[in-house]
Design a protein around this ligand. Sequence first.
Ligand SMILES: [Zn+2]
Ligand SMILES: [Zn+2]
Length: 345
Amino acid sequence: MIRAMQAIQKTLPEFGIELREVPEPPAPAPGEVLIEVTAAGICGSDLHIYEWTPGYEFVKPAMPVTLGHEFAGRVAAVGQGVSDLALGDRVTVMPSVTCGSCAACQARDFDRCLTRTGIGMTRPGAFARRVLAPAINCLRLPAGVDDELAALTEPLTVGARAVESGEIKPGDRVLVMGPGTVGQTIAVMARAAGAEVTIVGKDDADRLTCLRALGFDRLHDLNDTSLAEVTGATKFDVVFEATGVPATINHGLGVLRRWGILVVCGIHAAPAPVDLNRLNREQLQIRGSNRASRATWSRVVDLLAAEGDKLRPMITHRLPLARAVEGFELARLKTASKVMLLPNA
Ligand SMILES: [Zn+2]
Ligand SMILES: [Zn+2]
């Protein structure tokens, strides 16, 4: 008999999400595991999908779909052929599922697979008690990393990937534009790479306070000061855009030193105007950054094992699944930083 469970789903291509009763997932197929979800974070992309702002049209064919792609949990069942995971193992999961059949997958170059599905976007996600995932997407957790910290792995890999794209070196002066979760994880990973990190927000007192709790002190609200003042006489080596506001791209280029790199990390509802003459004359580079490799995931799990407790202030709210809409609203109003949903609480 298939039992029912509650799930947070996107059901229609318009504003909103729904708490619905859905069937529990079936037994895992060969190569898959069933995971009992213990913590699942609300991501900025979940908010975009909630608000239905442009950029997530690819989700529509999968609707109704259970959201949730930043999570941790315990293995509750294993499919045929799964040998490296056992019942009760604690895992976090890479949400991007490769197809297994394209040329890149056949060559085991999974980072280059072009026909992916996304747990919590185009296949059922973790805002539910149980979720299926391929065993190869799971990373076993060390004892020192508890479940809510483990659910920060995915957003931290986004920051880690951005820092790789920016080629941060020790001593670099780095500007992070946008103090939300993506900005926070970039700041954390840039600091870990030895950079001196400045973070700016606009009308963002709560999230800047969160960054202070994470140990940062070069924090500025652009309501109180200008970007030129924050920059001072020496421009930045690398600028990270994590606002999703197209106009920030030019502002970022304006405070970037000659030969500097601007990394675009936000999801933008519209194209950005770019001062191409500045780009050309100052030999600036604009780079995109999105999904991290498995090696980067492992590196982030190691960082969480070493100093995860220092990163716990990123989590400002913990809510049962039934109060998810409240969590989405807190995040949308920028009152919350990371909201953790606890589907088995
Ligand atoms: Zn995410
Ligand atoms: Zn593939």
